[in-house]
Write a protein that binds this ligand. Structure first.
Ligand code: GTP
Ligand code: MG
Length: 303
């Protein structure tokens, strides 16, 4: 019989919250050194919760990447904000991400409703002032630090660049101090909980965000219709790109089908990298009028 006492383990859920485009998904990917959440320069890229499970020695931090905090304009936004609220109310630690390069003394960094939501959680709150690499003069972050310190909301305030491994390591060290004693929630080899269909649809949506302009990325959803793993030869994936209006369909398709071809080629490469196998990707564009405002439709897309 083994008489050595079991080592104490520490485990907890850490919600990554903040405004759109602050670098929440970038940070989580940096922590896990893996592309789990899609990242684009456009706001409102993330729409669902994405888990990133960091396990090292006797510590497991379950990061939950969330959509950026916004005032809802559609049922889609309401579903997105429901994820944020649920994570704020249930997480062990709240990691608030703010793009410090956009701080201005003349503008409130967060809408008051964001602080109201934070106030509903007893969890310790850690503020990451992200994108310090964009500051020409590092002193420029002092007014932001001062402002947030005066809110009396945060246990820690740490300036970082989500691109810098040293900064990310420092952030993990600080977060770890607040993780409670608990058994692990997940197998130590597991990185995330979403299925492959989810990652594939996200990688297609990422290309639409990167390639299409204006309202198109926001009016678009991706739905996997067929996902066939094959022992031999390429896997077959058939996906629908859903748009809101008939006029948006030719925009996605492009002249002589050039745009959808480009989306398909770039997404296929990303999907092959992710799955580690060659893939045949078939894309079709479908119109679902006002899907962003339709609860049933949203449900069918997994919201
Ligand atoms: N210069 C710089 N850019 C960054 C940094 N972190 C993230 N970015 C960029 O900021 C943009 C937004 O990053 P995301 O990680 O998608 O931001 P997000 O907070 O997840 O955004 P939403 O999903 O829309 O809420 C991308 O173009 C990133 O490459 C950083 O530390 N420095
Ligand atoms: Mg994101």
């Amino acid at each position: 019989m083994n008489n050595t006492p079991a080592k104490d383990t520490f485990a907890g859920f850490v919600a990554i919250i903040g405004k759109p485009n602050a670098g929440k998904s970038t940070f989580m990917n940096s922590v896990l050194n893996e592309k789990l959440s899609i990242v684009t320069p456009k706001p409102q890229t993330t729409r669902k919760r994405v888990l990133g499970i960091y396990t090292k020695d006797n510590l497991q931090i379950v990061f939950v990447d969330t959509p950026g905090f916004i005032k809802p304009r559609y049922a889609l936004h309401e579903a997105m904000m429901e994820y944020v609220t649920e994570e704020v109310l249930s997480s062990d630690v709240l990691l608030v991400m703010f793009d410090v390069s956009e701080y201005s003394a003349h503008k409130e960094p967060f809408h008051s409703t964001f602080f109201e939501l934070l106030g509903k959680s007893p969890a310790p709150k850690i503020l990451l002032l992200n994108k310090i690499d964009l500051l020409k003069d590092k002193k420029a972050m002092l007014p932001a630090i001062d402002y947030f310190a005066k809110t009396d909301t945060f246990s820690e305030i740490l300036p970082i660049s989500a691109y810098q491994p040293d900064d990310v390591a420092k952030a993990i060290e600080i977060i770890a101090k607040y993780i409670p004693k608990s058994p692990f929630y997940y197998d130590e080899d597991l990185l995330s909980t979403q299925n492959e269909r989810f990652f594939v649809s996200e990688l297609i949506r990422e290309q639409i965000f990167l390639i299409c302009e204006e309202e198109i990325p926001y009016s678009t959803e991706v739905s996997i219709v067929e996902f066939k793993e094959r022992e031999k030869g390429k896997w077959y994936i058939n996906a629908e790109i859903i748009v809101e209006r008939p006029t948006q369909k030719p925009i996605i398709i492009g002249k002589d089908g050039q745009r959808i071809k480009q989306i398909g080629e770039l997404a296929r490469v990303a999907i092959e990298n992710h799955l580690g196998t060659p893939v045949y990707l078939d894309l079709f564009v479908k119109v679902r009028p006002k899907w962003r405002q339709n609860q049933r439709q949203l449900k069918s897309f997994g919201y």
